[in-house]
Every structure is written in structure tokens, then in C-alpha cells.
Design a protein around this ligand. Structure first.
Ligand SMILES: NC(=O)c1ccc[n+]([C@@H]2O[C@H](COP(=O)([O-])OP(=O)(O)OC[C@H]3O[C@@H](n4cnc5c(N)ncnc54)[C@H](O)[C@@H]3O)[C@@H](O)[C@H]2O)c1
Length: 282
């Protein structure tokens, strides 16, 4: 039995990396798909791939920084499939690695714009539909940094902690509304993707420091050391979605980190993370 047979699944940020691998795994497991991304060329390649796996699917150009794209995406989903079962709000970007005091205003606008505002816009566009249906599952991609920030990525870490807080509050609101709609937050850790080259999708009007090819290669090597391929991570994530777990971690070490962090909160001190990403731009 395929676990998502006939379900309508929207994957936002599905052109590359984890989102594309999730879309392909949903297709293998029987889902019908709406693929959304700012990268029209690559999302069309992903569309061909899920269709080859047997899924009914459409691709919709979506820039999650702009609310109107999410409204149009929800409309396109209903027009094509008549309902929505699962929405994966997965688009995400990370800024140039440097100390918190060196981050620029455009880093804040871009990274919070995609990661936090993009999540909030997806919630506003899709949750009212799910409430009307009486069912649905909203899945947001946070990060291991949602649980414990990492050095040199202060804006990214802030955005992903905010995504977790937003989604926890969303689930509380759904409980308060006696709704059966479910929420999950994926916390990936080290998936070997194009994430180190996030700046490829950075808008011109929010230009800022971007990594060199050598710095991207160093970050990719960091992800590859002990990391998962997108396919491996997608399988772990789809198990968590099928089980409707709220927290879906791809690496159990993050649960231990979270426990250590919570003990620090109790005792009143900040715990040092037990690993750090490579320092760049020095
Ligand atoms: N790779 C990791 O180790 C890792 C770790 C923690 C969290 N994450 C999160 O996983 C998610 C997927 O990232 P990934 O690692 O697959 O990287 P990726 O760069 O391969 O995928 C990101 C996707 O988001 C899309 N995107 C970027 N800006 C957009 C916008 N404005 N509107 C719509 N789509 C946009 C990109 O085109 C791409 O398809 C992100 O939310 C990321 O923060 C990844």
C-alpha cells in the first residue's frame, strides 16, 4: 500500500535539493503534486521527474517573498485538484557566513523574507482552506538551527527559530479552534544540496555579500561530511509526515543538543554547540 495514495500534496521549494527529493518520494508513494518554486527551469525538470514516476502534477512559479504568489498557488491547487491534503513549506535560503555584527540589512530582508514571511504567507493562504475541509497537514521546513543556533549564521538561525515558534503557535491555535488540521516542522541537519549557493536566487534589489565558488565548495564539503543525500533525508521526512510527528529530525544528535540547550536554560547559561560550520570570508 502506497502511503500517500491519491493525496494532493503541495511542495513549495521543490526545484532542487530536499524539496525535489520529497516531491519525488511523494510521487513514488502515490501522491498528486503541485510543485512551486521561484526557479522555473528547475521546477519544470522536477515536474517531468514526478510525472515519470506516475504522478498527476502541475508546476506553479512562486516567489514566497510575495504574498500574492501564495494566494495564486492555493487557487491553482484548488482549480486543478479541488482540495489540498498536505502543504510542505520548504523554500529556504541562508546568508553569507560571518559574525552577527557584520550582517547587512539586505541579509535580514532576504533571509527573513523567504524563510519567515514565506512560511507565514503559506499559512495564511492554505490554513483557511484546510479549516474549511476539516482536515489537512501543514509541514514547514525549519532546520537544526531551529533547535539550537549555529555560529556565523545569525540571520538564518533567527529565521529558522522563528519558523519553529510560528508553527508551534499555529498548532496551538488549531487546537484552540478544535480543528483536526495538523502541523509538523522538519529540522534537517546536513543534507547535501545546493543550499551553500542560496544566493543564486537572491533578488537584485536585496543584493549583498555572496560566497565565492571556493567558499561554496567548502560549505558543500562540510554538508557532505556525515551528511545525508536528499533522497535519504526525504525518506526520513516522509516517515515523519506519515506518522504526523510534530518535530521531524533527520539527525538524532539534534534531540541531544536540544536537551543540553534546555538544561542550560534551566541552569541559566548558554551551552556551546558541539560543532560549528566552516568560517567563511576570512
Ligand atoms: N541542506 C541542509 O543541510 C539543510 C539544513 C537545515 C535546513 N535546511 C532547509 O531545507 C530547505 C530546503 O533547502 P535545501 O537544502 O534543499 O537547499 P536548496 O537550495 O537545494 O533548495 C531550496 C529551494 O528553495 C527555492 N527558493 C529559494 N528562494 C525562493 C523563493 N523566494 N521563492 C520560492 N522558492 C525559493 C530554491 O529555488 C530551491 O528549490 C530549506 O528551507 C533549508 O533552509 C537545509
Amino acid at each position: 500500500m502506497r502511503r500517500f495514495e491519491g493525496q494532493v500534496v503541495v511542495v513549495i521549494g521543490s526545484a532542487t535539493g530536499l524539496g525535489r527529493a520529497m516531491a519525488e518520494e511523494f510521487a513514488r508513494q502515490g501522491a498528486q503534486l503541485v510543485l512551486a518554486d521561484i526557479d522555473t527551469n528547475k521546477v519544470n525538470e522536477a515536474l517531468q521527474s514526478v510525472e515519470a514516476l506516475g504522478a498527476q502534477a502541475i508546476a506553479v512559479k512562486t516567489d514566497v517573498m510575495k504574498r500574492e504568489y501564495l494566494v495564486a498557488l492555493a487557487q491553482a491547487t484548488l482549480e486543478r485538484f479541488g482540495c489540498v491534503d498536505i502543504v510542505c513549506s520548504n523554500a529556504g535560503v541562508g546568508e553569507y557566513s560571518c559574525s552577527a555584527w557584520e550582517k547587512g540589512d539586505t541579509d535580514l530582508d532576504w533571509v527573513l523574507g523567504v524563510n519567515l514571511y514565506g512560511t507565514a504567507y503559506a499559512v495564511s493562504a492554505f490554513i483557511p482552506i484546510m479549516l474549511k475541509q476539516g482536515q489537512g497537514h501543514f509541514v514547514s521546513t525549519g532546520s537544526n538551527t531551529s533547535l539550537q543556533p549555529i555560529p556565523s549564521m545569525a540571520v538564518y538561525a533567527a529565521s529558522k527559530r522563528a519558523v519553529l515558534g510560528y508553527c508551534e503557535a499555529l498548532q496551538y491555535d488549531l487546537w484552540n479552534a478544535d480543528s483536526a488540521v495538523k502541523v509538523s516542522v522538519i529540522c534537517p541537519n546536513k543534507v547535501i544540496t545546493d543550499m551553500p549557493d542560496s544566493a543564486r536566487n537572491r533578488p537584485q534589489n536585496l543584493a549583498g555579500r555572496t560566497p565565492t565558488a571556493q567558499e561554496i565548495a567548502r560549505k558543500t564539503a562540510f554538508l557532505a561530511a556525515g551528511g545525508h543525500t536528499p533522497d535519504e533525508a526525504a525518506k526520513i521526512v516522509l516517515d515523519g509526515i506519515a506518522e504526523q510527528r510534530f518535530y521531524i529530525l533527520t539527525n538524532p544528535v539534534d534531540a541531544e543538543q536540544a536537551q543540553a540547550w534546555a538544561a542550560g536554560v534551566r541552569d541559566g547559561h548558554l551551552v556551546r554547540p558541539n560543532y560549528a560550520p566552516p568560517k567563511l570570508g576570512r
